[in-house]
Design a protein around this ligand. Sequence first.
Ligand SMILES: C[S@@+](CC[C@H](N)C(=O)[O-])C[C@H]1O[C@@H](n2cnc3c(N)ncnc32)[C@H](O)[C@@H]1O
Length: 239
Amino acid sequence: MIETADGSKTLYLPELDETYHSTHGAVTESNYVYIEKGLDFWFSMYPNRKRVSVFEMGLGTGTNALLAMNWCESKGCDLKFYTVEKFPLSSALMREYWDSLPSQSITKTPLDVVGSMTLSMGLATKSDALHSAPWETWVDIGLKSGSFSVYKHESDIQSAVIPQEIDVVFWDAFGPKKQDGVWGVSLFKPLFDSMRSGGVFVTYSASGDVKRALKEVGFKVEKLEGPPHKRHMLRALKV
Ligand SMILES: C[S@@+](CC[C@H](N)C(=O)[O-])C[C@H]1O[C@@H](n2cnc3c(N)ncnc32)[C@H](O)[C@@H]1O
C-alpha cells in the first residue's frame, strides 16, 4: 500500500512492477478519468435520464465504484454497477486501505479539491458495504439519495459474462505494456455489442494500439487531456 501525491492510497504489485492507480493521485485520477470524463460526460448528453448502467473492468480497491456511488448520490439517480475482477482483494485489506485514508490530507493540490469533497462523504463505510457484498448477485447499497446496485463478477475478463444495455464503460485494466490479454479487439467487440447506442467508454490509457482496437470494433474515439502528469487518455463513443 503506498500513498500517492494527493494523499490517497494505491497498491503496488511487485510482480508486474505496476500500481493500481497513478502515483500522482489515485483518487484524482479515478475522479478525472471515470467520473468527469465518463459519467459526467454521459449525463451532459442525457440530463433527463435517471438510470445509468456502468460496466467496469477491474474492481480492485473499489475506488471507481465508490466514486460512482457518490456521483449517484449527488445526482439522485439509479446506478447499476457491474464489475469484473479476476483477483479479488480481501475485505480485511480493503478495510485497512480505506480506514487509513487521511481524507483531510487530500488537499495538496487544487485539483484534489474534488477528491477531498468526495472522500469526506463516507467512503470507508461504503467500502465495507462494497467489499463485503456477495459475488455473482445484484446487491443494493443504501445511499442517502438515489440507488446503487452492484454486481461483482469474479472472472477472467476473457471469459466474463457481459451484461446487456451498458451506458458507460470504465476500462481500468493494468497497462497494455504490463499485462497481456486485457486489452484488444476480442474484448472490446462483445462490449461494444452490449452497449446502448450513445454509450461512453473511458480509459486512462492513451496507447495507439488501444485506440486502433477501439476504432476497429466501431467506436468513435477521442484523445482527451489526461489526469495530472499524464498527457492523454481515451474516450470512445458508440454512435
Ligand atoms: C489497474 S487495476 C484497477 C483496479 C480498480 N479499478 C481500482 O480502482 O482499484 C486493474 C484490476 O484488474 C484486475 N485484473 C487483472 N487481470 C484481470 C483479468 N484477466 N480479468 C479480470 N480482472 C483482472 C486486477 O486484479 C486489478 O484489480
